[in-house]
Design a protein around this ligand. Structure first.
Ligand SMILES: Cc1cc2nc3c(=O)[nH]c(=O)nc-3n(C[C@H](O)[C@H](O)[C@H](O)COP(=O)(O)OP(=O)(O)OC[C@H]3O[C@@H](n4cnc5c(N)ncnc54)[C@H](O)[C@@H]3O)c2cc1C
Ligand SMILES: NC(=O)C1=CN([C@@H]2O[C@H](COP(=O)(O)OP(=O)(O)OC[C@H]3O[C@@H](n4cnc5c(N)ncnc54)[C@H](OP(=O)(O)O)[C@@H]3O)[C@@H](O)[C@H]2O)C=CC1
Length: 466
């Protein structure tokens, strides 16, 4: 979707959270942001000076400040914001048994495959994998991770240890309603070509049946420190004349070869081969830059995103970018880093709109405060998860120390300290520490003399630093 203001002054490409926020903000119609179930049609009726175009951009002619959509229409812009998101980076492309999850359609396809599955192989150790292995029921799950412990994108081995028992515990019933509202985009002409829609975002699996058809209790087998060497279809595996690994109970694998035949097999770098009904490649994303970069002089970040400066400007004149498609190319605050998350996409879309308007009016604009501190709130394995600042001591080298507090089954608190100052924190469970820690990271108070009390459960830390 490309949303353009009348006369084509501002053009925003992308109907995800970054694009919608940018389009709304650029028109300065936004007083207060309430995310609710909306279609892009609703967006247009709410903001009549937005023209919503349902056609994918196939080419950008930056020299002529023109976009060409798949139906051949040309759109002139004065300022353009690319919010085209990202797509799953699959371990294998074009294999019908290897699925990525990004939007409503890909989630539905996955759900249909899962409904018939006896065993699912999940590859990857980030957000999607963490959510899926916990949520899927009534099937065997083999979880292949590159690292020693689970959830490397979010936490360290200690936190992983804290969470692991949840995989064996009874799952609580799902909440009756999802309190957070969602944005969806309707699909118009031009979207029947298998192109991905907007990313699902938080709570995507709420209300979704992630149950397979088999009456077995959840059984997750973790294969650590390995990657997928190759994916084999049934005939290819048979031709190898080798046996596949057996999965039954945690710790009792590969003693016997698997007697069951599977439609697809994955050979891991550990040498084991696992048969399964489907493979979920939850292995990160690629920014959707292709139609924009060809023929134009964009600087790309190491992760392939459109590199943007502290004004969300790309290296091409009058082209801005926000959300998953971009790579933050400015020198970040000491406590912020980019992660392709819904909140960051929204903040970037909002800030990009402010920057576009300011640049047009010749006004100066300060970097928005939301880029001062990294903060992410989510839920894994039914625990509230809050990540603040340099929560994994990213970029701090060895010159830091960790303070820990852990009550099995209740909470896990890790604080990253450097030079007596708090740099980051991981909070799992209902710790009630987030506000105080957020302030302590932001104000960089010297905490050397409070060190012993910081995580003392008998000290009311909120009171202490009031
Ligand atoms: C399953 C899943 C769960 C997630 N859970 C969380 C979570 O719990 N918390 C969290 O913070 N984040 C989560 N995320 C990440 C978050 O959803 C994304 O970071 C965020 O939604 C990205 O928004 P975006 O607007 O940049 O991109 P997208 O939502 O990908 O939107 C991009 C838009 O651009 C359009 N587009 C692409 N190419 C073109 C083109 N050539 N022409 C025109 N339009 C185009 C697409 O159709 C789409 O509308 C999750 C992501 C997934 C996939
Ligand atoms: N609750 C939340 O916050 C959620 C957020 N998301 C977001 O949605 C997006 C997509 O999620 P997801 O796909 O999980 O991406 P993530 O970036 O979260 O995680 C990708 C994981 O896959 C690993 N990986 C990459 N390549 C391979 C490979 N070839 N073989 C094995 N492992 C590999 C990465 O390891 P390494 O880092 O070592 O390369 C990393 O552990 C992300 O932007 C994520 O932040 C999604 C779901 C929930």
């Amino acid at each position: 979707m490309a949303a353009a203001a009348r006369r084509g002054k501002f053009v925003v490409v992308g109907g995800g959270i970054a694009g919608v926020t940018c389009a709304e903000q650029v028109l300065r119609t936004l007083e207060e942001f309430d995310v609710e179930e909306q279609t892009s049609g609703a967006l247009q009726s709410q903001y009549p000076n937005i023209k919503v175009v349902h056609s994918a951009v196939k080419e950008l002619k930056a020299d002529e400040q023109t976009l060409i959509t798949e139906d051949g229409t040309q759109y002139r812009y004065e300022q353009l914001c690319v919010c085209a998101g990202a797509r799953p980076r699959l371990i294998v492309e074009g294999n019908p048994y290897v699925l990525g999850i990004r939007d409503t359609d890909s989630a539905r396809t996955f759900q249909q495959h899962l409904a018939r599955a006896r065993r699912v192989l999940v590859v990857g150790n980030g957000g999607i994998a963490l959510e899926l292995v916990y949520e899927m029921e009534s099937c065997e799950v083999v979880w292949a991770i590159k690292d020693k412990s689970i959830g490397n994108a979010y936490f360290d081995a200690g936190a992983a240890e804290f969470l692991i028992p949840q995989l064996k515990a009874e799952k609580p019933p799902p909440p009756l309603t999802c309190k957070r509202m969602k944005y969806t985009t309707d699909r118009g002409a031009g979207w029947e070509d298998g192109r991905l829609g907007s990313a699902l975002g938080p709570d995507w699996h709420e209300g979704m049946n992630l149950r397979a058809a088999h009456e077995i209790s959840r059984c997750v087998h973790i294969e650590a420190e390995c990657e997928v060497r190759r994916v084999l279809l049934h005939q290819e595996f048979m031709a190898l004349n080798v046996s596949a690994s057996f999965v039954h109970e945690e710790g009792k694998d590969s003693a016997t070869s698997d007697p069951v035949e599977w439609p697809v097999y994955a050979e891991l770098t550990s040498g084991k081969i696992f048969g399964c009904d489907l493979i979920v490649s939850a292995t990160g994303v690629f920014p959707n830059v292709e139609p924009f970069v060809s023929g134009n002089n964009f600087t790309l970040g190491e992760d392939g995103g459109l590199k943007v400066d502290d004004h969300m400007r790309t290296s091409v004149r009058d082209v801005y970018a926000a959300g998953d498609v971009c790579t933050a190319g400015w020198t970040p605050s000491p406590h912020w880093q980019q992660m392709r998350l819904w909140t960051q996409a929204r903040q970037m879309g909002w800030y990009a709109a402010k920057c576009m308007a300011a640049d047009r009016l010749g006004e100066t604009i300060e970097m928005d405060f939301c880029f001062e501190l990294f903060a992410h709130v989510t839920k894994f394995f039914n625990y509230k998860v809050i990540l603040l600042g340099k929560y994994n001591a990213q970029g701090l080298g060895t010159d830091h120390e960790l303070l820990l507090r852990c009550t099995k089954g209740r909470e896990y608190v890790k604080v990253v300290m450097q030079g007596g100052r708090m740099m980051g924190a991981v909070l799992l469970g209902e710790t009630d520490l987030e506000e105080t820690f957020e302030n302590l990271i932001l104000n960089q108070m010297d905490l050397s003399s409070f060190r012993e009390d910081l995580l003392d459960p008998n000290v009311d830390i909120e009171d202490y630093f009031d």
